[in-house]
Design a protein around this ligand. Sequence first.
Ligand SMILES: [Zn+2]
Length: 282
Amino acid sequence: MVSQIYKKLDGWPAIVVGVLALAGIAYFGFHTYRNIEVEKTNLLAELETAREGNYSLLQQVRERERIIDSFNAQISKISGTVGTLEKLAATDEELLKKYSKIYFLNENYAPTKLTEIDPKFIYTNSKNTQIHTDVWPHLKKLFEDAREDGVELLSASAFRSFDTQSSLKSSYVFTYGTGANTFSADQGYSEHQLGTSLDFTTPASGTALLQANDPGYKWLLENAHDYGFILSYPAGNSYYKFEPWHWRFVGRDLATDLHDAGKNFYDLDQREIDTYLIKLFD
Ligand SMILES: [Zn+2]
């Protein structure tokens, strides 16, 4: 067979044979090249499809992330609300009540927890040396800061039970007759029974209770709100006798707002006061 081809080629100029051979190689090369090109185009198309697929996957992932984020936000909002409700449920709402001759504290009421006031802040021989446990850190800071300012404040009387109050009032009635109603009326009663109020004095005052001309009184007027305390019965109030010594803890926010607005606790609506309950001990 090969010899037959050679025979047929015999007589063809060698150059023609060479050209044919080269043409064959070129044809084969071109085919191979085209195949590679087609394959390359296919691969690029596949890559592009894959890229598009990836992009769409990425978009789906992002969309899911957005949904999860929004769920998380809702969950934390709900748990925040639950936390607020729990905090509110745990806060004794009597602690911000206004007391009067028509609304007073139940005689069986007792604070949930009481703490002994540090003896270095107690007036000599004073009884009634306990304060509401959550009020104590605020009161302690008040005592300490006043001393740093050179004002020595002391507690003359803090928590008083209903029984202590009753016997105190009857002793006032005994001493002062019916005038005792304006001296130790039902309002003052309730506030001491809460465990969040106290009567201040200073060693310098020379009396058992702080007076309006004592430097300690001036210091309290300017600073007590920073520690959450207010003067329950200020000078010129319409509901009770002026008691410069008697201060009640109502929380920093309420005390500061009252101070800044120049208002008295007993002038506010109970509904407005109640909005501060949640932040009472902050
Ligand atoms: Zn008092």
